[in-house]
Write a protein that binds this ligand. Structure first.
Ligand code: FAD
Length: 410
């Protein structure tokens, strides 16, 4: 590789920050430029709906690394500036301040943005979305003056925000349009557990219900629900998923299908000089044997390592096992694998004690695991899933059988 080579990374989030460090770790000697449209250096998003929203940690603790650390890595960081367009034949990008930057290799790490409510009546200052530090700074200000919080969306981010609302002494309602919480990602037993846990801590959980109308002039003051109920509100937090930021890729003629399509080396199908990683990428995952777009920090980090290897000329296919976590109240949920296609769910421990693990099996093979307040189970679960271990369900359920002993039951 020539030292004149330039890797340009668009998007200074988790994936971009991990990539630039991984490149240097893998001895990349070219120039590295990291361009991000947010004013800050890359920071951790998970605390935004948890400890940062509740005021337990300060902004500085969110930074993934300091400015000095980027200097030491010889990474040029351009913050507060967006890439507007990619000129593929010219191997350059146009910035929104009118400058052009040339690249040898381009990595799109543009993340996603919250899916917004379609109703224009919901476009009011007390309706909040959670993605960036700026979003949370606005929200925290409103949280201090609110009494009634309505959370729209019973996914992880909505439930985490609801937990923070309760902690602040607010009267919290969670609305989920599907018949149960976490319907897309968890078994009915896990949904029921979280519903009970939230109710027990004072959250008014309503499933199978959506907002019909938003009322209010300056701010939304009340909502009418699809079941006819009318709820007064001071503050609304919307957590109904994200849309991947794919517009640059689309305009550049790259393949997009609910994400920028890349192979198991993070390269786009149309242009091998352009890669994509993180929330914006629909990547071929060798472990799952399919194309997936995964929204999680571990996935962003693993994809970044794969891309770094590719950029260093070592083609190592991406085979990472997906995992994720969520913190709500004193409940730490850790998940590994993908449960799609499971035919049996085995519980280890009693949900009533708020410490148990749920194993999703297909033909006795562990596909995925949800561990609630069970970090030790989770450590073993990661191996059970990664090694596709076949287990005896009754042994999994029996707490007198050490989980570790099942690792050898291949
Ligand atoms: P991002 O971190 O979103 O970074 C993309 C960056 O690119 C952004 O700064 C964006 O503004 C910028 N950008 C976009 N377009 C351009 C452009 N044209 N020019 C310049 N810059 C651009 N994951 C977990 O594993 N566990 C959790 O508990 C968890 N909690 C979360 C809580 C919240 C509130 C949120 C929002 C996310 C959470 N996640 C969690 C998900 C995790 O944060 C994401 O999966 C991760 O941030 C993805 O990293 P990324 O780099 O792909 O995208």
């Amino acid at each position: 590789m020539s030292s004149q080579e330039t890797t340009l990374v668009v998007g200074a989030g988790h994936a971009g920050a991990e990539l630039v460090a991984a490149l240097r770790q893998q001895q990349y000697s070219g120039r590295i430029i990291l361009v991000g449209d947010e004013p800050q250096l890359p920071y951790r998003r998970p605390p935004l709906s948890k400890a940062y929203l509740s005021g337990e940690v300060d902004r500085d603790s969110l930074l993934i690394r300091s400015a000095a650390a980027y200097d030491a890595l010889q990474v040029e960081c351009l913050t507060g500036v967006a890439v507007r367009a990619i000129d593929r034949p010219g191997h350059r990008v146009l910035l929104d301040d009118g400058r052009y930057l040339e690249y040898s290799k381009l990595v799109l790490a543009t993340g996603g943005r919250p899916r917004r409510l379609a109703d224009p009546a919901a476009d009011k200052p007390n309706v909040h979305y959670i993605r960036t530090l700026a979003d949370i700074d606005r929200l925290r200000h409103d949280l201090a003056f609110a009494r009634r919080l309505l959370v729209i969306g019973g996914g992880y981010i909505g439930l985490e925000a609801a937990a923070v609302g309760v902690k602040h002494g607010l009267q919290v309602t969670v609305l989920e349009a599907a018949p149960r919480l976490l319907a897309r990602v968890a078994a009915p037993e896990i949904s029921a557990f979280f519903e009970r846990a939230h109710r027990a801590r004072g959250v008014d959980v309503r499933t199978g219900v959506s907002v019909e109308t938003f009322s209010g002039t300056e701010r939304v003051e009340s909502v009418r629900l699809s079941d006819g109920d009318q709820l007064p509100v001071d503050l609304i937090i919307v957590g109904v998923g994200i849309l991947p930021n794919v517009e640059l890729a689309l305009e550049a003629g790259l393949e997009v299908d609910n994400g920028i399509v890349v192979d198991s080396h993070a390269q786009t199908s149309v242009d091998p000089d352009i890669l994509a990683i993180g929330d914006c990428a629909k990547h071929l995952n060798g472990f799952l044997c399919k194309f997936v777009r995964i929204e999680s920090v571990p996935s962003a980090q693993e994809q970044a390592k794969t891309a770094a290897a590719t950029l260093c000329g070592r083609f190592v296919p991406h085979t990472a096992v997906p995992w994720f976590w969520s913190d709500q109240f004193n409940l730490k949920l850790q998940m590994v694998g993908m449960s799609e296609g499971y035919d049996q769910l085995v519980l280890r421990g009693d949900p009533a004690n708020e410490s148990f693990s749920a194993f999703y099996l297909r033909d006795g093979v562990v596909l995925s695991v949800d561990a609630i307040n069970r970090p030790q189970d989770f450590m073993v679960a990661k191996r059970l899933v990664a090694e596709r271990i076949k287990v005896e369900p009754h042994q999994l359920a029996d707490e007198s059988v050490p989980l570790k002993s099942l690792l050898s039951s291949v």
